[in-house]
Design a protein around this ligand. Structure first.
Ligand code: ATP
Ligand code: MG
Length: 588
């Protein structure tokens, strides 16, 4: 299945010369110390994300550049220059100070895509507090569980979200002292405060106190795809990786307009929705509305987006809408398309070329890694279906777990667990409150990612599946992604999720759940056709033995297929933690 699509060769000419012009040379030259020197550092020494993201630009020629362009659901457009962002995040820091929220305190944010989110994050970092974003579509219980686990001292949210989701659980959060409402106009319910008056009383001058680069800055919950979400801790030094990967993997250039579509509740929404673009001094687009194909295309066109960072689910939804959605629009400003969060099927990479004249560049990382680790680069060849190659400064390997530890697998094209050599700045410093679990991720000098992959002869990494999702059938190890990608090549298939179903003979057999594109009916004939189609592509050992049609597949709110849920449902087992399941508790 690997390499079923033709490679997309290195571009011959560039509108703008890529930051990473030559992969091997960039790797040879790179060091994290050097990357750190590209930032300013605090005037008295130390490193603070907010200073790198905003204050240093506000004190430079970038002061009047638009840092954030917010697009309201109903057509409002509000710009924040770097100067304004610095002043308003100072106010936020002072408002937190007036409440006694300071170093090490956890400030949670339960906010939709509003600039208040950026102000809260920056204000928290300026004060030395720890920013903890939550997904605003969570229901009360997932919110309670995460705030209790993280020991929330303060929360910033909206009046409506507070009433609906936090008020019912407030009594269960005794450590939560302050609730700040960004839109309450002074009429805040008991136990909360309107941010407006606090803001008005706060000075817009603030000096960031000494910050050690190892000071805690972020607590991020994982997506909960494989089990109950874990709280990954990140420190201020992470900004070094956000800045470097923004330039090298996303190819951000001075003057760019950048749009990261991720929800602020997930790590991408902070690392690349807040920190990386601001640290790189570009203009970021923040769209309040949810996905809608026409709206998204209109934004790309009207805002002259240069670099676009999105996710496979969104790309698949656009594919459902058809290439016409992009055609006829003036998208000449678009220069670099990229995707993260789930495997990007080769089909989707090729669709990018058809619709936009540009391929999507897949990249891989996780909440724990804090930033992009493996990527397809602007100046390099793309192998559709591959996650790409490790960033400069990142050593990745394929390893096998042994009794005594782990053993690197040097031969190409052999599957094993993806491992990274610890030491990059945005590596998590542990799971909050769970040192045992943290320790389980490290062995033999490697951080073990829990994902299976293999590396080809030229160093490109290919995602196989999560260690928990891999199917063992008649002596073969089968990655669900490979089977799903093959199914997606069939014109009738919109989505596919593949699991192993226990079988007395083969140990497991491959079962696929398939959602069809509009206009296709779930007939017996189509089922047989899909089985034959995948057998032809994958061979009988790997092709699904069973196919079930389903109108949609269970996904996390960050868009990942929850195969463990497909499996539990198939086997009639308990569903486990479903707090991040899309469509659940969605009462926003
Ligand atoms: P949990 O750890 O709670 O089960 P999660 O792993 O889905 O949730 P995240 O940290 O948000 O939480 O997601 C990271 C994971 O997403 C990766 O480990 C990988 O399995 C998957 N992933 C991310 N990007 C890619 C990609 N480009 N290709 C394949 N898989 C990807
Ligand atoms: Mg994970």
């Amino acid at each position: 299945m690997r390499e079923t699509r033709p490679r997309i060769g290195k571009p011959r000419a560039f509108a703008v010369a890529p930051n990473l012009a030559d992969y091997a040379a960039a790797r040879a030259r790179f060091s994290w110390d050097e990357a750190r020197r590209a930032l300013a550092g605090l005037p008295g020494g130390g490193l603070n994300i907010a200073h790198e993201a905003v204050d240093r630009h506000a004190a430079s020629a970038l002061r009047d550049r638009v840092a954030i362009r917010w697009l309201g659901k109903h057509g409002a457009v509000v710009d924040y220059t770097y100067g304004r962002l610095a002043a308003e995040s100072n106010r936020f820091a002072n408002a937190l100070g007036a409440l006694g929220v300071g170093k090490g305190d956890r400030l949670f944010a339960l906010l939709p895509r509003l600039p208040a989110l950026h102000l809260a994050a920056l204000g928290a970092w300026k004060r030395g507090a720890v920013f903890c974003p939550l997904f605003s579509a969570f229901g009360p219980e997932p919110i309670r569980a995460r705030m209790a686990l993280g020991g929330a001292r303060a929360l910033v949210t909206t009046l409506a979200l507070y009433r609906k989701k936090v008020a019912p659980i407030r009594d269960a959060l005794p450590a939560l002292e302050h609730v700040l409402l960004v839109d309450a106009d002074g009429a805040a319910p008991p136990g909360t405060r309107a941010l407006g008056p606090l803001f008005a009383a706060a000075s817009d001058a603030f000096t960031i106190p000494p910050t050690d680069r190892e000071d805690l800055a972020l607590l991020h919950f994982t997506s909960g795809t494989t089990g109950a979400p874990k709280g990954a801790m990140h420190v201020h030094d992470a900004v070094v990786a956000h800045h470097a990967t923004g330039r090298l993997a996303l190819d951000l250039h001075d003057g760019d307009v950048f749009w990261c579509t991720a929800d602020p509740g997930w790590v991408t929404g902070t690392s690349y929705g807040i920190i990386a673009p601001l640290a790189c001094g570009v203009t970021l687009i923040l769209d309040e509305a949810e996905f809608e194909a026409e709206r998204w295309m209109a934004i790309l066109e009207r805002e002259r987006v240069n670099v676009w960072y999105t996710a496979p689910t969104a790309i698949r939804m656009l594919m459902r809408a058809g290439v016409e959605v992009a055609r006829g629009r003036d998208l000449r400003a678009l220069r670099f398309l990229s995707s993260v969060g789930e495997p990007l099927n080769p089909e989707a990479v090729a669709w990018g070329v058809e619709a936009f004249g540009l391929p999507f560049h897949d990249n891989w990382w996780q909440t724990e890694t804090g930033g992009i680790m493996i990527a397809n680069f602007a100046a390099e060849e793309i192998r559709p279906g591959s996650m790409g190659r490790p960033l400069p400064g990142i050593d990745a390997a394929i390893v096998r777990r042994t009794d005594g530890g782990v053993e690197p697998i040097d031969e190409p094209d052999v599957e094993g667990e993806l491992a990274l050599a610890p030491g990059w700045p945005s590596m998590f410093r542990g799971y909050f409150g769970d040192p045992t679990r943290t320790a389980r991720c490290f062995a033999g000098g490697w951080y073990l990612t829990g994902d299976l992959a293999c590396r080809d002869r030229d160093g490109y990494f290919w995602f196989v599946g999560r260690a928990d999702d891999v199917i063992k059938s008649a002596g073969h190890l089968i990655g669900p992604f490979e089977v799903e990608s093959a199914l997606l090549e069939h014109p009738a298939v919109a989505e596919a999720g593949v699991i192993g179903k226990p079988d007395p003979l083969a140990m497991e057999v491959v079962k696929a759940f398939v959602a069809l594109k509009p206009g296709f009916a779930p007939t017996e004939e189509l089922r047989r056709e899909l089985i034959a189609f995948s057998r032809q592509r994958l061979g009988p050992a790997v092709a699904p033995r069973e196919i079930a049609f389903s109108p949609s597949l269970p996904r996390t709110r960050s868009g990942k297929i929850m195969r463990r849920l497909l499996r539990a449902r198939e086997l009639g087992l308990p569903e486990g933690d479903v707090s991040t399941l899309e469509g659940r508790d969605d009462a926003a």
